[in-house]
Structure formats: C-alpha cells, structure tokens
Design a protein around this ligand. Structure first.
Ligand SMILES: [Mg+2]
Length: 282
C-alpha cells in the first residue's frame, strides 16, 4: 500500500496518541490531517475496563473531537463477537463497567455475579481492579460445567507508577490452570478485534486502503499482519528503534510519531518503499 491510498485507519491509542495523561506533540494536527484527507478511523484499545465515553472525554481534554462509534475496545469487540456468534447465550462476566455496558448494549443476558446454580453458556473475562477470589471461583465452576471461555484481551501485565501489574492475561492464566480450558481471546494480537474494527469501518475498508497504526510490534503490528492489513509503527510508545531492528515483525512504514506520519500523509511520502523511514538515532 502507498500512503496516498490510505482511506481508513485503525489506530491504537496509548503510546500513539498519548503517554499517560500527556498527548503526543501536534496531536490535533494529526487529526486535522486525517479529516483533510478524508481518512476515516477507528481508535482501538485492548483495555476492556473503560467505556467509549471515557475515551471521548480523554480526547476532548486534548482538543480532539471524536464520536463514541469511533472507539473500539476489546470489551466492545467481545460484545460484537458474542452478538453475532451466541446472541442468546447466558453470560457470566468478570469485568468492569466497560464490559458490562458493552454486553448490555448488544442485548446480551448477563447472569448475576453470585450465580452458581444456573449454568452460563459463556464466561467472559475482562480485567477489573475489583476482581475477587469468588469471581474466579464462579468462572471456574461455569467453565468446568461446559461454558465457553472468552477473554477480552491477552495482556499479561499493564504499566503503573509501581511498575508492571497483573493484567487480564494473568486472570485468564489462573482460570485456564483451574479448568484446563484455553480461552478464545478477542483483543490484539488475535484477529477478532481487527475484524470488528473493519466491520465498523464498513465494506469499503480493505487491505488496499486500510492500515493499522500502533506502537507495539508484538500486538499492533503482528496482529494486523495476521489479518493481512498494512502496518504503520510509531516510535512514541513501547517499542523503540532497537526493538524494531531486532524484531521479525517488520511494519510497512515507521515514523517517530503521528506528527511525522501526518507530514508524510500530506506529502504522500513513504510510498512503496518498505524500508523504515526512521531516524536511527532515536
Ligand atoms: Mg499502544
């Protein structure tokens, strides 16, 4: 794909649009460039605990106006997947408001958190800071009785001011150990969330005109390549030029940040050339 062919963008958020509570430089210019070039986008995150409204509010603080339907979380992708594959399932969920709201919006049936007698058809696990041993025990009971096991995302850890803390993948590992059942995982780098994003963008979005933009080689880039999408890596987040040089997952385009990507879109640079455009001094 040539950058001048870009009409649709699936973009990661953390490490691409912001770091913590700070927007990356020239973020409004990036979104203005997408608008000026009629590039439609979905902003996608593996985080299952927040709602689209919370992301809309966060972007508004940075001066960016997006609509809730332009946000895709692994909770929404999970709900979309269940609505099309198991619309009448009784669901036992472990998770926060973001997951509950997403499942409810699709009209799915959620069993009470204390339910042990009525057997669930599906157990869905998304990270919440309020998770308890009883939640884990109930999820185990349902899965051992035959419920399907679905995880919103596979992230083993997530960063905090104290270092890495257990993420949803760690909860999945606990339940997998207790049940010997491997979960179906919806979020990146698996294919399901990418397919939900493409569905959201509409039937005109194809690998000829749609790219994935992210900061992590082993989720954003690897996952997008798995569904045949061209990829754009920015070095403003997790992975640096060092990781890039060592990685077997090479993106189609590399930029220092979205400001540099915006420049390239405006100039229609970075075309056809599969070699990284990065300044190696970073
Ligand atoms: Mg990221």
């Amino acid at each position: 794909m040539n950058l001048s062919d870009l009409r649709y963008l699936i973009s990661d958020m953390d490490g691409v649009l912001w770091r913590g509570e700070t927007a990356v430089p020239h973020l409004p210019t990036f979104f203005q460039t997408l608008d000026a070039h009629h590039i439609q986008f979905v902003l996608a995150t593996n985080n299952a605990s927040k709602t689209p409204a919370q992301y809309v509010a966060k972007l508004a603080k940075f001066g960016i106006a997006v609509q809730p339907h332009q946000i895709m979380t692994s909770a929404l992708a999970t709900a979309g997947y269940l609505a099309s594959h198991a619309p009448h399932a009784k669901i036992y969920m472990v998770g926060g408001d973001g997951l509950r709201e997403a499942l409810t919006a699709e009209g799915l049936t959620i069993l009470p958190r204390t339910e042990r007698d009525d057997t669930a058809d599906v157990v869905v696990v998304g990270l919440t800071a309020e998770v308890t041993y009883t939640d884990m025990a109930n999820a185990t009971i349902h899965i051992r009785r035959g419920a399907r096991f679905i995880g919103c995302n596979p992230d083993a850890t997530f960063p905090s001011e104290y270092g890495q803390l257990p993420g949803n993948g760690s909860l999945l590992a606990l339940i997998q150990t207790a049940t010997s059942v491997t979960p179906t995982v919806i979020g990146k780098p698996g294919p399901i969330m990418f397919h939900e994003c493409l569905r959201r963008l509409g039937p005109s979005a194809t690998p000829a005109n749609t790219a994935m933009l992210g900061d992590r080689l082993n989720t954003d880039i690897l996952g997008a390549q798995g569904v045949g999408l061209p990829t754009i890596l920015v070095l403003s987040g997790v992975d640096t030029a060092v990781e890039l040089a060592l990685s077997t997952h090479q993106p189609d385009f590399v930029f220092n940040d979205v400001a540099a990507l915006a420049d390239a879109i405006r100039n229609e640079q970075g075309t056809m050339n599969k070699r990284p455009l990065v300044n190696a001094s970073q």
